[in-house]
Design a protein around this ligand. Structure first.
Ligand SMILES: NC(=O)c1ccc[n+]([C@@H]2O[C@H](COP(=O)([O-])OP(=O)(O)OC[C@H]3O[C@@H](n4cnc5c(N)ncnc54)[C@H](OP(=O)(O)O)[C@@H]3O)[C@@H](O)[C@H]2O)c1
Length: 291
Protein backbone atom coordinates (compact mmCIF):
# COMPACT_ATOMS: atom_id res chain seq x y z
CA UNK A 1 0.00 0.00 0.00
CA UNK A 2 1.33 3.44 -0.95
CA UNK A 3 0.45 6.37 1.29
CA UNK A 4 1.24 9.98 0.50
CA UNK A 5 1.52 12.28 3.52
CA UNK A 6 0.94 15.95 2.78
CA UNK A 7 3.30 17.92 5.00
CA UNK A 8 6.86 17.10 5.86
CA UNK A 9 8.29 19.38 8.49
CA UNK A 10 5.37 19.34 10.94
CA UNK A 11 5.03 17.39 14.18
CA UNK A 12 2.59 14.79 12.85
CA UNK A 13 4.39 14.32 9.52
CA UNK A 14 7.66 13.84 11.38
CA UNK A 15 6.21 11.09 13.59
CA UNK A 16 4.63 9.40 10.56
CA UNK A 17 8.04 9.32 8.87
CA UNK A 18 9.65 7.79 11.97
CA UNK A 19 6.85 5.22 12.27
CA UNK A 20 7.15 4.02 8.69
CA UNK A 21 10.87 4.57 8.13
CA UNK A 22 10.13 5.55 4.53
CA UNK A 23 8.79 2.15 3.50
CA UNK A 24 5.20 2.77 2.60
CA UNK A 25 4.82 6.51 2.87
CA UNK A 26 6.09 9.48 0.93
CA UNK A 27 5.99 12.77 2.80
CA UNK A 28 5.63 15.80 0.54
CA UNK A 29 6.47 19.24 1.88
CA UNK A 30 5.42 22.52 0.33
CA UNK A 31 8.50 22.52 -1.89
CA UNK A 32 7.40 19.26 -3.48
CA UNK A 33 3.64 19.83 -3.76
CA UNK A 34 1.44 22.91 -3.87
CA UNK A 35 -1.91 21.76 -2.51
CA UNK A 36 -3.47 25.21 -2.90
CA UNK A 37 -3.36 24.83 -6.72
CA UNK A 38 -5.55 21.97 -7.96
CA UNK A 39 -3.68 21.45 -11.23
CA UNK A 40 -0.21 21.58 -9.64
CA UNK A 41 -1.33 19.24 -6.87
CA UNK A 42 -2.83 16.73 -9.35
CA UNK A 43 0.30 16.63 -11.48
CA UNK A 44 2.42 15.67 -8.45
CA UNK A 45 -0.05 13.17 -6.97
CA UNK A 46 -0.45 11.50 -10.39
CA UNK A 47 3.25 10.60 -10.26
CA UNK A 48 2.82 8.79 -6.92
CA UNK A 49 -0.46 6.96 -7.59
CA UNK A 50 -1.20 6.64 -3.86
CA UNK A 51 -3.75 4.23 -2.37
CA UNK A 52 -4.37 6.66 0.46
CA UNK A 53 -3.46 10.21 1.49
CA UNK A 54 -2.91 11.57 5.00
CA UNK A 55 -3.21 15.34 5.26
CA UNK A 56 -0.75 16.33 8.01
CA UNK A 57 -0.51 19.92 6.76
CA UNK A 58 -2.44 22.84 8.17
CA UNK A 59 -2.20 26.49 9.00
CA UNK A 60 -1.73 26.01 12.76
CA UNK A 61 -0.75 29.46 14.07
CA UNK A 62 -3.85 30.00 16.24
CA UNK A 63 -3.19 33.65 17.17
CA UNK A 64 -1.68 34.77 13.85
CA UNK A 65 -4.75 33.38 12.07
CA UNK A 66 -6.78 36.25 13.57
CA UNK A 67 -4.93 38.66 11.25
CA UNK A 68 -4.07 36.15 8.49
CA UNK A 69 -7.47 34.64 7.84
CA UNK A 70 -6.92 34.44 4.07
CA UNK A 71 -3.83 32.27 4.59
CA UNK A 72 -5.59 30.15 7.22
CA UNK A 73 -8.60 29.45 4.96
CA UNK A 74 -6.34 28.86 1.94
CA UNK A 75 -4.70 25.90 3.64
CA UNK A 76 -7.40 24.73 6.05
CA UNK A 77 -10.35 24.94 3.65
CA UNK A 78 -9.30 25.52 0.02
CA UNK A 79 -6.42 22.99 0.01
CA UNK A 80 -8.66 20.45 1.78
CA UNK A 81 -11.24 20.99 -1.00
CA UNK A 82 -8.53 20.21 -3.58
CA UNK A 83 -7.44 17.06 -1.77
CA UNK A 84 -11.04 15.93 -1.29
CA UNK A 85 -11.79 16.45 -5.02
CA UNK A 86 -8.72 14.47 -6.05
CA UNK A 87 -9.51 11.63 -3.62
CA UNK A 88 -13.16 11.48 -4.70
CA UNK A 89 -12.19 11.41 -8.40
CA UNK A 90 -9.58 8.65 -7.89
CA UNK A 91 -11.37 6.70 -5.14
CA UNK A 92 -8.48 7.26 -2.76
CA UNK A 93 -9.01 7.28 0.99
CA UNK A 94 -8.20 10.61 2.68
CA UNK A 95 -7.30 10.90 6.37
CA UNK A 96 -7.58 14.49 7.52
CA UNK A 97 -6.66 15.89 10.93
CA UNK A 98 -8.77 18.51 12.68
CA UNK A 99 -8.99 20.14 16.06
CA UNK A 100 -10.87 20.50 19.34
CA UNK A 101 -10.96 24.25 18.54
CA UNK A 102 -13.96 23.66 16.22
CA UNK A 103 -15.99 23.54 19.47
CA UNK A 104 -17.10 26.38 21.71
CA UNK A 105 -15.81 25.10 25.03
CA UNK A 106 -18.91 25.87 27.07
CA UNK A 107 -20.38 22.36 27.22
CA UNK A 108 -18.61 21.24 30.39
CA UNK A 109 -18.54 17.60 29.28
CA UNK A 110 -16.55 15.77 26.57
CA UNK A 111 -17.60 16.74 23.02
CA UNK A 112 -19.18 13.97 20.94
CA UNK A 113 -18.16 13.64 17.27
CA UNK A 114 -21.47 15.05 16.02
CA UNK A 115 -21.82 18.09 18.30
CA UNK A 116 -22.48 21.44 16.55
CA UNK A 117 -19.52 23.59 15.51
CA UNK A 118 -18.92 26.75 17.51
CA UNK A 119 -15.33 27.88 16.88
CA UNK A 120 -14.08 30.78 18.97
CA UNK A 121 -11.43 32.02 16.52
CA UNK A 122 -10.36 32.08 12.87
CA UNK A 123 -8.16 28.97 13.14
CA UNK A 124 -11.03 26.87 14.53
CA UNK A 125 -13.46 28.34 11.99
CA UNK A 126 -11.11 27.57 9.08
CA UNK A 127 -10.62 24.00 10.32
CA UNK A 128 -14.41 23.58 10.68
CA UNK A 129 -14.80 24.85 7.10
CA UNK A 130 -12.26 22.23 5.95
CA UNK A 131 -14.20 19.47 7.70
CA UNK A 132 -17.43 20.58 6.03
CA UNK A 133 -16.01 20.58 2.48
CA UNK A 134 -14.41 17.20 3.04
CA UNK A 135 -17.68 15.71 4.25
CA UNK A 136 -19.54 17.24 1.30
CA UNK A 137 -17.08 16.11 -1.41
CA UNK A 138 -15.72 12.82 -0.11
CA UNK A 139 -18.11 11.64 2.63
CA UNK A 140 -17.66 7.86 2.43
CA UNK A 141 -13.97 7.51 1.69
CA UNK A 142 -12.51 9.89 4.24
CA UNK A 143 -11.69 9.98 7.93
CA UNK A 144 -11.55 13.15 10.00
CA UNK A 145 -9.51 12.72 13.18
CA UNK A 146 -9.97 15.57 15.63
CA UNK A 147 -7.24 15.93 18.19
CA UNK A 148 -5.94 18.43 20.75
CA UNK A 149 -2.84 19.92 22.42
CA UNK A 150 -0.36 18.08 20.17
CA UNK A 151 3.33 17.95 21.15
CA UNK A 152 6.49 16.06 20.24
CA UNK A 153 10.23 16.43 20.48
CA UNK A 154 10.14 18.36 17.22
CA UNK A 155 8.82 21.73 16.10
CA UNK A 156 6.97 24.36 18.08
CA UNK A 157 4.84 23.08 20.95
CA UNK A 158 3.98 23.58 24.62
CA UNK A 159 6.38 20.92 25.97
CA UNK A 160 9.47 22.30 24.21
CA UNK A 161 8.49 25.88 25.07
CA UNK A 162 7.99 24.97 28.75
CA UNK A 163 11.32 23.11 28.96
CA UNK A 164 13.09 26.18 27.55
CA UNK A 165 11.27 28.66 29.82
CA UNK A 166 11.74 26.46 32.91
CA UNK A 167 15.50 26.45 32.28
CA UNK A 168 15.64 30.23 31.66
CA UNK A 169 13.10 31.90 33.97
CA UNK A 170 12.99 32.26 37.75
CA UNK A 171 9.21 31.59 37.79
CA UNK A 172 6.26 31.07 35.44
CA UNK A 173 2.52 31.72 35.35
CA UNK A 174 0.47 29.12 33.44
CA UNK A 175 -3.25 29.15 32.64
CA UNK A 176 -5.35 26.85 34.82
CA UNK A 177 -8.85 27.55 33.49
CA UNK A 178 -8.54 25.94 30.05
CA UNK A 179 -9.06 22.18 30.19
CA UNK A 180 -8.20 19.71 27.45
CA UNK A 181 -6.19 16.58 26.67
CA UNK A 182 -2.49 16.68 25.79
CA UNK A 183 -1.69 14.38 22.85
CA UNK A 184 1.63 12.96 21.78
CA UNK A 185 2.14 13.34 18.02
CA UNK A 186 3.52 9.80 17.95
CA UNK A 187 0.26 8.33 19.29
CA UNK A 188 -1.70 10.51 16.85
CA UNK A 189 0.49 9.30 13.97
CA UNK A 190 -0.30 5.67 14.83
CA UNK A 191 -4.04 6.45 14.74
CA UNK A 192 -3.70 8.25 11.37
CA UNK A 193 -1.74 5.39 9.88
CA UNK A 194 -4.35 2.89 11.07
CA UNK A 195 -7.11 5.03 9.53
CA UNK A 196 -5.29 5.21 6.17
CA UNK A 197 -4.34 1.52 6.03
CA UNK A 198 -7.82 0.37 7.01
CA UNK A 199 -9.78 3.05 5.13
CA UNK A 200 -11.63 4.01 8.31
CA UNK A 201 -14.66 6.20 7.48
CA UNK A 202 -16.28 9.01 9.46
CA UNK A 203 -15.33 11.52 12.12
CA UNK A 204 -13.41 10.34 15.18
CA UNK A 205 -11.69 11.88 18.15
CA UNK A 206 -8.17 10.86 19.10
CA UNK A 207 -6.31 12.35 22.06
CA UNK A 208 -4.26 10.82 24.84
CA UNK A 209 -6.53 9.76 27.68
CA UNK A 210 -7.18 11.86 30.77
CA UNK A 211 -7.63 15.62 31.08
CA UNK A 212 -5.49 18.50 32.31
CA UNK A 213 -5.27 22.26 32.47
CA UNK A 214 -2.26 23.92 30.88
CA UNK A 215 -1.07 24.43 34.48
CA UNK A 216 -1.35 20.68 35.24
CA UNK A 217 0.47 19.95 31.99
CA UNK A 218 3.28 22.38 32.87
CA UNK A 219 3.61 20.96 36.40
CA UNK A 220 3.89 17.42 35.00
CA UNK A 221 6.53 18.56 32.48
CA UNK A 222 8.60 20.13 35.25
CA UNK A 223 8.21 17.17 37.65
CA UNK A 224 9.12 14.55 35.06
CA UNK A 225 11.94 16.63 33.55
CA UNK A 226 13.55 17.02 37.00
CA UNK A 227 13.16 13.28 37.69
CA UNK A 228 14.88 12.52 34.38
CA UNK A 229 17.71 15.01 34.95
CA UNK A 230 16.57 17.30 32.12
CA UNK A 231 16.11 20.30 34.44
CA UNK A 232 18.42 21.15 37.32
CA UNK A 233 15.92 22.84 39.64
CA UNK A 234 12.20 23.42 40.14
CA UNK A 235 10.95 26.96 39.65
CA UNK A 236 7.69 28.27 41.15
CA UNK A 237 4.80 27.81 38.70
CA UNK A 238 1.75 29.91 39.46
CA UNK A 239 -1.76 29.01 38.22
CA UNK A 240 -3.22 32.04 36.40
CA UNK A 241 -6.60 32.71 34.76
CA UNK A 242 -6.95 33.16 30.99
CA UNK A 243 -7.73 36.83 31.64
CA UNK A 244 -4.17 37.33 32.94
CA UNK A 245 -2.63 36.06 29.67
CA UNK A 246 -4.46 37.81 26.81
CA UNK A 247 -4.04 36.27 23.35
CA UNK A 248 -5.29 37.39 19.93
CA UNK A 249 -7.50 34.30 19.53
CA UNK A 250 -10.08 33.19 22.04
CA UNK A 251 -9.71 29.53 22.98
CA UNK A 252 -12.31 27.08 24.30
CA UNK A 253 -12.19 26.82 28.09
CA UNK A 254 -13.11 23.12 28.01
CA UNK A 255 -12.34 21.09 24.91
CA UNK A 256 -12.10 17.48 26.05
CA UNK A 257 -13.10 15.16 23.19
CA UNK A 258 -15.22 12.03 23.64
CA UNK A 259 -13.33 9.08 22.16
CA UNK A 260 -16.01 6.40 22.37
CA UNK A 261 -16.10 5.75 18.60
CA UNK A 262 -12.45 4.59 18.61
CA UNK A 263 -13.07 1.17 20.10
CA UNK A 264 -15.20 0.02 17.18
CA UNK A 265 -13.71 1.97 14.28
CA UNK A 266 -10.05 1.52 15.29
CA UNK A 267 -10.18 -2.11 16.41
CA UNK A 268 -10.22 -1.48 20.15
CA UNK A 269 -7.56 1.26 20.09
CA UNK A 270 -7.02 2.57 23.64
CA UNK A 271 -5.09 5.85 23.85
CA UNK A 272 -2.41 5.92 26.54
CA UNK A 273 -2.71 8.12 29.63
CA UNK A 274 -1.31 11.57 28.82
CA UNK A 275 1.26 11.59 31.65
CA UNK A 276 2.72 8.25 30.54
CA UNK A 277 2.89 9.48 26.92
CA UNK A 278 4.55 12.69 28.12
CA UNK A 279 7.13 10.70 30.08
CA UNK A 280 7.98 8.66 26.94
CA UNK A 281 8.36 11.80 24.79
CA UNK A 282 10.58 13.44 27.43
CA UNK A 283 12.78 10.32 27.40
CA UNK A 284 13.09 10.71 23.62
CA UNK A 285 13.97 14.40 23.90
CA UNK A 286 16.52 13.65 26.63
CA UNK A 287 17.99 10.76 24.63
CA UNK A 288 18.32 12.92 21.51
CA UNK A 289 19.97 15.74 23.50
CA UNK A 290 22.50 13.32 25.09
CA UNK A 291 23.55 11.85 21.72
N1 LIG B 1 -0.47 21.36 17.21
C1 LIG B 1 -1.59 21.22 17.91
O1 LIG B 1 -1.62 21.49 19.11
C2 LIG B 1 -2.85 20.73 17.24
C3 LIG B 1 -4.03 20.65 18.01
C4 LIG B 1 -5.19 20.18 17.40
C5 LIG B 1 -5.15 19.80 16.06
N2 LIG B 1 -4.01 19.90 15.35
C6 LIG B 1 -4.02 19.51 13.94
O2 LIG B 1 -3.12 18.45 13.77
C7 LIG B 1 -2.56 18.51 12.47
C8 LIG B 1 -1.05 18.39 12.55
O3 LIG B 1 -0.59 19.49 13.33
P1 LIG B 1 0.96 19.70 13.62
O4 LIG B 1 1.05 20.15 15.03
O5 LIG B 1 1.74 18.52 13.17
O6 LIG B 1 1.24 20.94 12.68
P2 LIG B 1 2.60 21.71 12.42
O7 LIG B 1 3.70 21.11 13.19
O8 LIG B 1 2.29 23.17 12.56
O9 LIG B 1 2.88 21.38 10.89
C9 LIG B 1 2.10 21.96 9.89
C10 LIG B 1 2.41 21.32 8.56
O10 LIG B 1 1.65 22.07 7.61
C11 LIG B 1 2.46 22.33 6.50
N3 LIG B 1 2.19 23.67 5.93
C12 LIG B 1 2.10 24.82 6.59
N4 LIG B 1 1.86 25.84 5.72
C13 LIG B 1 1.82 25.26 4.49
C14 LIG B 1 1.58 25.75 3.19
N5 LIG B 1 1.34 27.04 2.96
N6 LIG B 1 1.59 24.87 2.17
C15 LIG B 1 1.82 23.57 2.39
N7 LIG B 1 2.03 23.03 3.60
C16 LIG B 1 2.03 23.88 4.63
C17 LIG B 1 3.88 22.27 6.94
O11 LIG B 1 4.49 21.78 5.78
P3 LIG B 1 6.01 21.88 5.30
O12 LIG B 1 6.55 20.53 5.59
O13 LIG B 1 5.98 22.16 3.86
O14 LIG B 1 6.63 22.98 6.10
C18 LIG B 1 3.84 21.32 8.13
O15 LIG B 1 4.13 20.00 7.69
C19 LIG B 1 -3.08 19.79 11.83
O16 LIG B 1 -4.19 19.48 11.02
C20 LIG B 1 -3.56 20.61 13.02
O17 LIG B 1 -4.60 21.50 12.66
C21 LIG B 1 -2.85 20.34 15.91
Amino acid sequence: MKIVVIGKSGQLANELQKLCAGNIISCLGRNEICITSYSDMCSVLDQYLPDAIINASAYTAVDKAETESTEAYLLNEHAVTNLAKYCAAHQIHLTHVSTDYVFGGDKGAPYLVDEPYNPQGVYGASKAAGEKVLQAICPHNSCIIRTSWVYSGHGVNFVLTMLRLMAEKPELGVIDDQIGSPTSAKALAKACLYAAQNKVPGIHHFTDSGVASWYDFAMAIQCLAIEKGMLQRAIPIKPIPTSAYPTAAKRPSYSVLDKSTLAQAFNGLQPGYWRAELSAVLDEIHGAASN
